[in-house]
Design a protein around this ligand. Structure first.
Ligand SMILES: Nc1ncnc2c1ncn2[C@@H]1O[C@H](COP(=O)(O)OP(=O)(O)OP(=O)(O)O)[C@@H](O)[C@H]1O
Ligand SMILES: Nc1ccn([C@@H]2O[C@H](COP(=O)(O)O)[C@@H](O)[C@H]2O)c(=O)n1
Length: 230
């Protein structure tokens, strides 16, 4: 069967990685979470004092240090889930904190950061057989992807899902703070100059506000089956 590229874009916390990961596992494709890459660069900035006290980024310093930032993914042998590594260290949990979530979107507005990460993402998908999720996969990273999905759901539903997830993990979380973060990231992602978040003209729109995880998984598998049998 021919191998294709599946680009899944959409708003923050709408279930992109859940459905992308499930599909990749089912059809034996590689899964890449590009948000994790922007989060890893943000963690690097936090740990190397590249944020000023007012929250702005020391852009020139980050630009010269981009060559020192090496991001990779490895599959956890036990969970079979991808784990994000930054310069050889497992940062999977550290990139999911509210601190990183609240600082990542400004980092992702920087053209030189995007150029470096997009280059790596294109290299990862050069042999196809990949499911990649993010904000610009169908528009910029793989404009010729055979299957493009754009996912959305109401901000309240997305924040509620993230809140429930954190609570289930036993983590402190405020619903209001999460809702604010989700809305603020959407605003920055949609309005940035470089590669703003938007639906590609040829992407299939999915509003999963009233869908279960199982339903959206089946829906995506049907889209995949159609795309590979063209
Ligand atoms: N249809 C659904 N119904 C209920 N919960 C869902 C659904 N889809 C995903 N979730 C849950 O919502 C949360 C966010 O999902 P996920 O991490 O896949 O979103 P995302 O779009 O990849 O987020 P981000 O933009 O932050 O990377 C997770 O807890 C996930 O289990
Ligand atoms: N292709 C992408 C992926 C992500 N971003 C930015 O990173 C933030 C975190 O992404 P998550 O998928 O983990 O939520 C996101 O809010 C974007 O600012 C991006 O710009 N392009």
């Amino acid at each position: 069967m021919k191998k294709i590229i599946i680009a899944i874009d959409g708003f923050s916390s709408c279930g992109k990685s859940t459905m992308a990961k499930d599909l990749a596992r089912e059809v034996g494709y590689i899964y890449i979470d590009t948000g994790a890459m922007y989060r890893a660069v943000t963690l690097y900035c936090i740990e190397h004092n590249l944020f000023n006290a007012d929250g702005t980024i020391r852009e020139e310093e980050l630009k010269t240090q981009m060559q020192d930032i090496h991001i990779s993914f490895r599959l956890d042998a036990e969970t079979q889930r991808p784990v994000t590594y930054l310069n050889g260290a497992d940062v999977e949990n550290r990139i999911r904190t509210m601190e990183v979530s609240s600082r990542v979107s400004p980092v992702a507005t920087l053209g030189f950061v995007r150029e470096a990460l997009v280059r790596q993402q294109q290299e990862m998908g050069k042999d196809k057989g990949i499911v990649m999720d993010g904000r610009d996969i169908g528009t910029v990273v793989f404009p010729d992807a055979e299957l493009k999905i754009f996912v959305t759901a109401s901000a309240e539903i997305r924040a509620r899902r993230r809140y429930d997830e954190l609570k289930a993990k036993g983590e402190e979380a405020s619903f209001e703070e999460i809702l604010h973060n989700v809305e603020e990231r959407d605003r920055i992602d949609q309005n940035r100059e470089v590669s703003p978040l938007r639906k590609a003209d040829d992407a299939v729109l999915l509003d999963n506000s009233n869908m279960t995880i199982a339903e959206q998984k089946e829906w995506l598998k049907r889209q995949f089956d159609k795309a590979v049998h063209v």
